[in-house]
Design a protein around this ligand. Structure first.
Ligand SMILES: [Zn+2]
Length: 451
């Protein structure tokens, strides 16, 4: 079977109809391949270098290679069922495109870039002696102009680079609004990928990303990758915190990490430390420091893997806080966070696979709505008509499954009303929801099993 290289989602595309249910809680995403990139390399690209006075004169390319080799080893030890692919294991030059190509061809599920940071250094000076110089005093004008020499003693300085005060580890992900390269990487990818629904249905499909639907899906993948990258980056930062070292948090880089954008997978970049900070430089060059960083990153990757895979494959009811926490999507969309649900209906269903037909209720007055299922956007600003807009959702057993209707306008006859016909295989429910610009409406599903 072909291995998926995108977050797998249940996907149903008909002529004009596109269905994208919640893949965070359902996409059975196995982490099978992890690509580790030792940043920079070779004489052409040494990266940052230790330049402050008395620095170890270390080169970023050597530090990244040493840490990456240890990280590869650590990952192999901790995740023996995962294939770990290093972009380089020796001091060779690689174009960023080459690094991205290796990652994409390996069909990585994660891309870990190891770097070391630097920053502008201030110049210091110290007096190392004196010298005597001759100067001239000018007096008179024209022909009477006279130059009188005199001697002065001047200090002689030595200039040097001050060490960087900043230190610590930071984690970077690609910028949210800079998804165009990520989209390109996704669309350039292998067109064969696995489409699964809740781990049950499985089919392989040739998917054309050049179609309008394909572009939307690629966009969703990019968003998913970003969310997953952010999740992993946060875990790395948390693990760094446990070492007592300065953890500088997760940031989005607006430029300069092309490779994060060009890879068709979640990707993070770890700036392991500041090469021009004496404490950090020694740490980065030490066996202990390199090993600690490798262990910290591997630990975060392991946690991430467990979380992603348990969310997908463990539909047991969440009885303890920890499991509930794991099943909770990372972010609550603004449209849901800002508008409370006023109109909520509880429906008992017998199957976890639910078909929904969405119509405008009553007069067709150009109501525009969005629909979220378990905080994932399913219907994005769609105008309701008398014709059904149909989609399928997969309920997650053991949690509250909520479908939220968000009004994007009020239509010509407020409020914004929708009729949903809900089919669960055998039963059929008609639900009318009304939302406005201040309040959402929702349907909560209760799964009643026959056994
Ligand atoms: Zn670098």
């Amino acid at each position: 079977m072909l291995r998926n290289k995108v977050p797998v989602l249940f996907l149903f595309a008909a002529s004009h109809l596109l269905i994208l249910p919640d893949l965070f809680s359902q996409g059975p995403k196995k982490i099978r391949t992890i690509v580790v990139d030792a940043g920079h390399g070779g004489t052409k690209d040494p990266g940052a270098t230790g330049q402050y006075e008395n620095s170890l004169r270390s080169k970023e390319k050597d530090i990244t290679l040493a840490i990456s080799l240890k990280l590869v080893e650590e990952l192999q030890k901790q995740l023996p069922d995962v294939k770990i692919v290093p972009t380089r294991t020796t001091d060779i030059y690689q174009d960023p495109r080459e690094k991205a190509r290796i990652a994409n061809e390996a069909k990585g599920d994660l891309f870990l870039c190891i770097h070391a940071d630097s920053g502008p250094l201030k110049q210091g000076r110290r007096q190392i002696g004196t010298r005597t110089v001759t100067r001239y005093r000018v007096s008179g004008k024209g022909r009477k102009k006279k130059k009188t020499p005199y001697q002065v003693v001047e200090p002689v300085y030595e200039y040097f680079k001050l060490p960087l005060l900043r230190n610590g580890t930071s984690v970077w992900i690609f910028a949210a609004h800079k998804t165009s390269d990520k989209l390109k990487a996704i669309m350039d990818g292998d067109e064969n990928f696995e489409i699964e629904a809740n781990g049950v249905d499985s089919l392989e499909s040739n998917f054309d990303f050049s179609t309008p639907e394909g572009k939307i899906i690629a966009g969703i993948y990019a968003k998913r990758y970003q969310e997953r990258s952010d999740r992993l980056a946060t875990m790395v930062n948390e693990e760094v915190e446990t070492t007592g070292r300065q953890a500088l948090g997760v940031s989005q880089r607006q430029k300069g990490i092309w490779v994060l954008q060009a890879t068709n997978m979640p990707a993070i970049l770890v700036e392991t430390g500041f090469i021009n900070n004496p404490e950090d430089e020694r740490y980065l060059n030490s066996e202990k420091g390199q090993q600690e960083l490798a262990e910290v990153i591997a630990k975060a990757v392991k946690r991430y893997k467990e979380q992603v895979e348990s969310v997908n494959n463990n539909p047991k009811p969440a009885n303890n806080g920890n499991a509930a926490e794991k099943n909770k999507p990372e972010t609550v969309p603004e449209a849901i966070e800002k508008r409370p649900v006023k109109d909520s209906k509880l429906i008992e269903v017998k199957s976890n696979k639910i078909k929904i037909d969405l119509f405008d209720d009553g007069d067709i007055d150009n109501d525009i709505v969005s629909v979220y299922f378990n905080n994932t956007l399913l219907v994005d600003k769609r105008s309701l008509t008398a014709q059904a807009h149909s989609f399928t959702i997969n309920l997650v057993p053991g949690k509250t499954n909520e479908l939220v209707l968000v009004a994007e306008n009020l239509g010509s006859i407020p409020p914004n009303t929708a009729l949903m016909i809900i089919t669960d295989g055998t039963g059929r429910h008609e639900v009318r929801l009304s939302a406005d610009m201040k309040n959402n409406a929702s349907i909560r599903f209760e799964l009643k099993n026959n056994n």
